[in-house]
Write a protein that binds this ligand. Sequence first.
Ligand code: GLV
Ligand code: GLV
Length: 321
Amino acid sequence: MTKRVFVTRRLPEPGIRQLLDAGIEVVVNDEDRPVSRDELLAGVSGADGLISMLTDRIDTDLLDAAPELKVIANYAVGFDNIDVAAARSRGIEVTNTPGVLTEATADMTWALLLGAARNLGAGERMVRAGRWTGWAPTQLVGQPSGGRVLGIVGMGAIGSAVARRARGFGMSVVYFNRNRVAPELEAELGARWLPLEDLIRSADFISLHAPLNSESRHLIDAAALASMKSTAVLVNTGRGALIDEAALVDALRSGEIAAAGLDVYEREPALTPGLVDLDNVVLAPHLGSASTEARSAMVHLCCDNIEAVLAGRDALTPVPG
Ligand code: GLV
Ligand code: GLV
């Protein structure tokens, strides 16, 4: 019997061609917007495979509506949108796209880190609004990177790629991860493990790369923000809910920390009131993996995972757990 795969959103090149070439029937939400809950429920009914976006909530109700489903390929490295335990208990494999978006996300992290440190958002708004009256010795003076300490929270592939770049900027690197990484990797990255509290208290720049789960939700809360340096710059390209966004707005407003660079938010695309009014935060619209190479490689990896599982083989990149 022909297998059927539901794809919840139009994908960039090379798109779904690979699945069609493999003789799989593919149904795509061809409108460039997230599927509604009803469209998602209808789409998975009778489907053998699903390519989901991080904006799709895959919970038990959804799984109950998909008795034929064998594989969910999430078009993202994060998979907090999926109830993985519930899927696996029904014999459904869940895969993500690690590796292929590591460098793209590390680049975006640095764009936000430097942009926040050097007031790029505020400067851009000034120029565009016609408020720039010319160079001035005291204008938008920010934080240097060289010689400062970068604290990385979550030393997986992306955290490591961020650490590698830090060398070029002459920064020293400390990190927190539940498990210390191998001594060889620590040596290669020149990174020193610190307890989270010590990292938060001592780092000049703090960048979040931990997965979102019940333990890491609001890892950065009001107390953590209060213990940061007043010159600290906080960067988040992981998941919005790693930070208590309301507490962050307060901390940025009161000067408890100097600046932030955000790519992700607690309730995307909604923003906590007050955030857009602050000049000391750079706001990106969840662009971490948005490079031509990364987005194409993510398509291939999702399709490879779908094909493998539907052919009775092991998935290439099953999510951990
Ligand atoms: C993007 O946020 C991803 O998890 O790939
Ligand atoms: C600034 O542009 C300078 O030349 O110092």
